[in-house]
Design a protein around this ligand. Structure first.
Ligand code: DP6
Length: 329
């Protein structure tokens, strides 16, 4: 390897899951308890430059311009340790990461972050990794990052081993132009993150029922997306989100992510769909923010109704996104 820094810049999009990942069969390998489905979010992304430098004695990390420390740095260093072993390099890395959306709000910044980091790190070393391998490696940093590598509508196969747990596209981003209208109910940093939550999922008596029925919901959501059947899509997506939150609420310790406004929006969304016939449904990750998934024709109406509910509500909006890609090789 030449002496100069080896660097590359990659961009990856956040994703929103329709059948959720919650709980691991193997925490170290991040082998999930169930397969999951998501769509990438075109307008929410992380752009990461990795420079492997011979002169560095430690990995450094900047997020949105500021030097990161503590848990964020430790998590990235652990991921880089894994990549160093896999890529057979002894160099340390200078990592600069920029998010174009707020972090720690229940919008999956770890998904886009570890997908972009993994792709930039491999490309910087001149490695030509397959999409499947990138998805497998990104999964080790954050489970949902496996789904931010492929494009459009994505299925993450739970698998039964490190090599068989990866995500792939099952429908392209232009197959169905759904919009995610995200109501930012709170920007506050969540107290219990997903990683800690995955570890306690098994303490809920409801988790076996959620896992046991996940394959049925996978089939139903996939077929609804393939047929662009919003009614079927909406009922299963809401059921799956509610099931995950039922597990969270009944875990030890209980995880209560919904805020009063989250609950009010969920009820309104159901009203807008069942009474006003808008094509919209809700799903919530490990936070209070409500993702209102809607047909592109109804997105403006959904935004207007959310603003009428609470004038202070911050609203983000995204179309379906492509997979991770290299900006500067
Ligand atoms: C609720 O991928 O954030 O968003 O692997 O510990 O980084 P780690 O967890 P993460 O978990 C995502 C949980 C979720 C549901 C989902 O995106 O499927």
């Amino acid at each position: 390897m030449a002496d100069g820094p080896r660097s590359a810049t990659a961009r990856a999009h956040s994703n929103i899951a329709f059948v959720k990942y919650w709980g691991n069969r193997d925490h170290r390998l991040r082998l999930p308890a169930n397969s999951s489905i998501s769509m990438n979010l075109a307008d929410l992304h992380t752009t990461t430059t990795v420079a492997w430098e011979r002169s560095l004695r430690l990995d450094t990390l900047r997020i949105n311009g500021a030097l990161a420390a503590d848990s964020a740095l430790e998590r990235v260093r652990n991921h880089l340790d894994m990549l160093r072993a896999r890529f057979k390099t002894r160099r340390y890395a200078r990592v600069c990461s920029m998010n174009n959306f707020p972090m720690g709000t229940g919008i999956a910044s770890s998904a886009s972050a570890f997908a972009a980091l993994t792709m930039a790190a491999g490309t910087a070393l001149g490695l030509n990794l397959s999409e499947r391998e990138l998805s497998i490696l990104a999964r080790m940093g954050s489970g949902s990052a496996a789904r931010s590598i492929p494009s459009g509508y994505v299925e993450w196969h739970a698998g039964h081993s490190h090599e068989t747990s990866f995500a792939e596209t099952f429908a392209s981003s232009d197959h169905w132009k759904l919009i995610d209208v995200i109501a930012i109910v709170s920007r506050a940093h969540k107290r219990t993150g997903s990683s800690a939550g995955h570890e306690t999922a098994g303490s809920s008596v409801l988790q076996p029922a959620r896992i046991g029925s996940a394959a049925d919901r996978m089939g139903a959501v996939k077929s609804a997306i393939m047929r662009r059947d919003f009614e079927q899509f909406a009922s299963v997506v809401e059921e799956d989100s509610n099931l995950m939150h039922a597990v969270m609420m009944t875990s030890d310790p209980p995880l209560l992510y919904w805020a009063p406004l989250s609950f009010a929006i969920m009820k309104e969304v159901r009203h807008w769909r069942t009474v006003e016939h808008l094509q919209v449904c809700f799903t919530l990750d490990a936070g209070p923010n409500v993702h209102c998934i809607c047909a592109s024709t109804d997105a403006d109406a959904v935004v207007a109704r959310l603003q009428a509910l609470s004038s202070e509500l911050e609203i983000l909006r995204s179309t379906v996104g492509c997979g991770a890609y290299i900006l500067k090789p």
